[in-house]
Design a protein around this ligand. Sequence first.
Ligand code: NDP
Length: 406
Amino acid sequence: MVNEDLPPTTKRISILGATGSIGKSASDVILAGGEAFSVEVVTADRNAVALAETARALGANCAVVADPAAEPALAEALAGSGIEASAGREALIEAAARPVDITLAAIVGAAGLAPTLAAIEAGSDIALANKECLVSAGALFVAAAEKAGVKLLPVDSEHNAIFQVLDSRDPNSVEKIVLTASGGPFRTWSLEDMARATPKDAVAHPNWSMGQKISVDSSTLLNKGLEVIEAHYLFDLAPDQIEVLVHPQSIVHGLVAYRDGSVLAQMSAPDMRVPIANCLWWPERKSAPHKSLDIAEVASLTFERPDTERFPALTLARDALERGGFATNILNAANEIAVEAFLNSQIGYLEIVPVIAEALGRAESAGFRAAPESLGDALVMDDEGRRLAREAVTSRSGRQSTAGAG
Ligand code: NDP
């Protein structure tokens, strides 16, 4: 599939999750890069019309929807374009394994695991947005990347910040890193108000425009918990070397504190095109579309410790990291179910964390202890985490309707 007509410096790219928030920002970066990039594959779940538009705009060779029911719409929308269209999980995984220089892994949730692993095994560097890969099966993904000799380039703004300022030549020189959190829409809300929070409140992020699931994760701070786990695997740091600070302006994304007393930080306007461009152009730095940062206009940068009483998700994620790979896998799966249940108004906002905790407790009682050793293991564990979380949701919705009936 190597295109002989491309200039030798052109980077071949595949975008898994091209219709999402990260996928759209990546399209901006790629279009601004002109001939520097050539797009091989773009994928979506079922959003066929948007995928076809993206494929045409980027001049992709192939477009794949995971949902077979979306195939006719994709074929119709691509008619006459010469772009290959296919559908289904297997087709998506096969497309992810096409040889390219870099794959942007931006599918949301555990659905991103198999295609991302296929891209790694095919030898593509990975611009990793899908943090769930590292949370569900971190040791496995890091080992697979090492074995294939590919680079995991972090797209998450905090990890990309650390990636930019971390001097990896001497790991012992690093005392700790700091991941910043905006604090989300409920940073100043009381617990009483949070108990009444609606899905609309939770997805209204103050600084970032993101997909629904990660917006809810940001509001609970579970996103920051997932990021602590992600950082542990990406940078091989002990959990107590990874600190979280709330920084409401979202300008400083990550800091590295060195043992000699220097602290290096990376700053940018809150715009995901900045870390995406950093990954896609790496190791070069080239001009890319982005909101510019006027530090004088921002004027003040503030930092505070997270309130773990109102945001217990952070502690839950840290506990899971201490317990090991099975616990982070279940945490991720149970969170996906709990967030979906909240968005569907089956549970209240403050029940998201108890649902995850209940699923984790039940998994431990059922004897889960070992980290997943294969993708199959990771997916079986993930299924179990979802099943346990669904049970926890059902028992809570049952309680709600019984209370309502009284
Ligand atoms: P979105 O929900 O906006 O987009 C998700 C993408 O994944 C869409 O292309 C969607 O297709 C596709 N998708 C969803 N389900 C499936 C499935 N079962 N199989 C195949 N494809 C699927 O998510 P985001 O762009 O916000 O986030 C993507 C990833 O990046 C997440 O892991 C998130 O944690 C991470 N991330 C996001 C950031 C952000 O600013 N948004 C920041 C840092 C990390 P369709 O359109 O058809 O549904």
